[in-house]
Every structure is written in structure tokens, then in C-alpha cells.
Design a protein around this ligand. Structure first.
Ligand code: AMP
Ligand code: TRP
Length: 331
């Protein structure tokens, strides 16, 4: 893995335990970089189970997803000795801060949120949690006074909202919060799913990070391509198979496959087999580590609770100062 970038200030990010497994979009768009950052900066990474409540309604499922995501963080290389790895709901303080932010958050800003608009456009039943989602996310960031937020491109607007509310809080109550910066790798952009749309749990078009070899191969075969025949010349840059290939293959391998696309005479089946090979090569050891963590649920729980203890120290400091600035609680 490449040497991580050096960033200034505390780093925080979160992932929702809202589906069976972390997928390639999460990994390539955000989580792979969490590991690099954890080697050089002060980092907090969070399993945002309160956010997942907007969509997950069964307790046992949410617990399963939380375990799975914790195991995923560890399997990709997050070390709880050097990172605060915690579960959002272990610090209900975040709900308290959300209310303080809510009372200062312009309603119009929430109504413009892309995620809300997308959900409405999909015809989902929209609960108010989905609408207030960006405020809870801002609370995640501000509670720990994080300054650098590594996320995928789809989270840009949420970070902009967080910056806005932090500025507003500072102007009303005094300088309490650093203004967080998004760390978005433009080159990663939006990772395409099997159907070419953004890879997402909600579109069910994802490739799980720890799928068995067989399942992975099957998923790769399902990636939608255009209908050009074997003999025809093809454009690698327009193909989801090649877009994914670039993340796993060396420069030489990329050039070789791109040349085959352009020359004609290669069917998409060949490209898919090659994509499966490189993904499987990188993910096999991660899959083994994930499986071994999943077999130790008590250890996962201990790691989360220890993380929460460390996070609480930071949260307590922020909230004590803020309560006093707001005029709530003891005087
Ligand atoms: P979520 O599963 O929505 O909690 O997403 C966790 C992280 O993965 C966020 O930083 C997202 O921006 C990122 N992410 C999710 N899907 C994609 C995708 N298809 N492409 C790039 N980044 C993604
Ligand atoms: N909204 C983010 C997503 O869906 C998850 C998230 C919640 C988050 N709280 C956060 C990301 C704080 C970064 C910082 O991907």
C-alpha cells in the first residue's frame, strides 16, 4: 500500500451498517484511504448505526450489520491501537448535539439535500430521520472537533452543510468548532455498480468486499456492458469493467487490457475474467481476515467499547463548553 498522505488535524469518517456487507464502492471510494490516513494522522472511524436506523428496522439485522462493518474495518487494516474505532450509538451525546445544531440549522438547506431528493425521486417513503440525516452527520463531525473528513464524492454536500452549520454556531456562540474540510479523492469519483449506476446498497447493484470467490466471479460476470460484438473495437474508458479494473491492476496490466479493447477481437467475457482475477488477488487475504474476525463477536464488541471510552473524552469536552455557551444545564 502507498505511503499515506499527511494531513493536518483530526480525521473522522463514518460508514452506515445498513446492508449485508461493505462493498467495492465503500472500499475504493473511501475506506481504503482510511487505512492510509490512520498511519499518519489522529483518526476516528465510526459505525454509524443511528444513521442506519433511517432504513434498517430489524434489531437483529442491525446488530449483524454492525458486527460485519466492524470486522470489515479491522480486515482492511484499521488498527484499534492507533485509531479510535467506535459505534455511534455508544455515545448518545451525539443526539444531544444534534438538537443544538437543529435549532440553528436553516430548514431550506435540509430541503435541498441531494440524498433526500434522490429518495423522493425513487419513490421511497421518506421518514423525518432521512431529512435530518445531515444534521446527525454534522454532529458526528463536530462532537469530536474533526477537521478532515475522508468520504466518497457523494458526501460532498453533507460536508458543505457541516461547514455551514459550524460557521453559524461559531458566529452565534463563539469559536467552538474548527471548520472541517472534505477529503475527496476526485480520481476515485463515483464507483460504478453492476448496472453502471453508482454502486450502492440501495440499488442492489454492488459487489461485496468479502464475497466468496464463486460469488465474486458470478457478480463480475453480471456487470452490464454494451452490445458490441467480439470483433468490434471497444472504448475501455466507457466500460464499467475497465473502470473497476483500473483500481486493482498495475499500470502495465491496464495498458495491456486497454490495447485489447481498442484493437477489437476481444469479447467482454475475457475482460471480466481478467477483472475477476485481479480483484480476487487483492481481496483474498482481506476475506480471510474478515472471516476470522466474524468468528470472534465478543472481541469485536470489546474493541467498540474501548473505542467509545476514548471518544467520550473528546465528546465531553465539546459538550461542556457548548452547554455553557448555549445557557442550558447547570450555571
Ligand atoms: P455508506 O455506505 O453510504 O455509509 O458510505 C460509506 C462511504 O463510502 C462514504 O464515504 C461514501 O461516500 C462512500 N461510497 C459509497 N458508495 C460509493 C460509490 N459508489 N463510489 C464512491 N464512494 C462511495
Ligand atoms: N453519511 C455518510 C454516508 O452515508 C456516513 C456518515 C455518517 C459520515 N456520519 C459521518 C461520514 C461523519 C463522514 C463523517 O456515507
Amino acid at each position: 500500500m502507498s505511503k499515506g498522505p499527511t494531513v493536518k488535524g483530526r480525521v473522522l469518517s463514518g460508514v452506515q451498517p445498513s446492508g449485508g456487507q461493505v462493498h467495492l464502492g465503500n472500499y475504493l471510494g473511501a475506506m481504503k484511504r482510511f487505512v492510509e490516513l490512520s498511519k499518519t494522522a489522529e483518526t476516528l472511524f465510526c459505525v454509524v448505526d443511528l444513521h442506519a436506523l433511517t432504513s434498517v428496522k430489524e434489531a437483529e439485522k442491525l446488530r449483524d450489520y454492525t458486527r460485519s462493518l466492524t470486522a470489515a474495518y479491522l480486515a482492511i487494516g484499521i488498527d484499534p491501537e492507533e485509531t479510535i474505532l467506535f459505534r455511534q450509538s455508544d455515545l448518545p451525546e451525539v443526539c444531544e448535539l444534534s438538537w443544538y445544531l437543529t435549532c440553528n440549522f436553516p430548514l431550506g438547506l435540509l430541503e435541498r439535500a441531494h440524498a433526500l431528493k434522490d429518495a423522493k425521486a425513487r419513490g421511497d417513503t421518506v421518514n423525518s430521520g432521512l431529512m435530518f440525516y445531515p444534521i446527525l452527520m454534522a454532529a458526528d463531525i463536530l462532537l469530536y472537533r474533526a477537521e478532515q473528513i475522508p468520504v466518497g464524492a457523494d458526501q460532498k454536500q453533507h460536508i458543505e452543510m457541516t461547514r455551514e452549520i459550524a460557521q453559524k454556531m461559531n458566529s452565534v456562540y463563539g469559536d467552538l468548532f474548527p471548520i472541517p474540510e472534505p477529503l475527496i479523492e476526485e480520481s476515485t469519483g463515483v464507483i460504478p455498480g453492476l448496472d453502471g449506476r453508482k454502486m450502492s446498497k440501495s440499488y442492489n447493484n454492488y459487489i461485496g468486499l468479502f464475497e466468496t470467490e464463486k460469488a465474486l466471479e458470478k457478480k463480475v460476470k453480471r456487470i452490464v456492458t454494451d452490445s458490441l460484438g467480439v470483433e468490434e473495437k471497444k472504448d475501455p474508458e466507457k466500460c464499467s469493467v475497465f473502470k473497476l479494473y483500473k483500481f486493482f491492476a498495475s499500470k502495465d496490466e491496464q495498458n495491456a487490457l486497454a490495447n485489447k479493447y481498442r484493437a477489437g477481437g476481444m469479447g467482454y467475457g475475457v475482460a471480466k475474467q481478467e477483472l475477476f482475477r485481479v480483484i480476487n488477488l487483492e481481496l483474498s487475504p482481506l476475506r480471510a481476515s474478515y472471516d476470522s474476525w466474524m468468528a470472534r463477536p465478543d472481541d469485536l464488541e470489546d474493541i467498540l467499547l474501548q473505542g467509545a471510552q476514548k471518544a467520550r473524552v473528546l465528546a465531553f469536552e465539546t459538550l461542556s463548553e457548548l452547554r455553557s455557551a448555549l445557557g442550558v444545564g447547570r450555571y
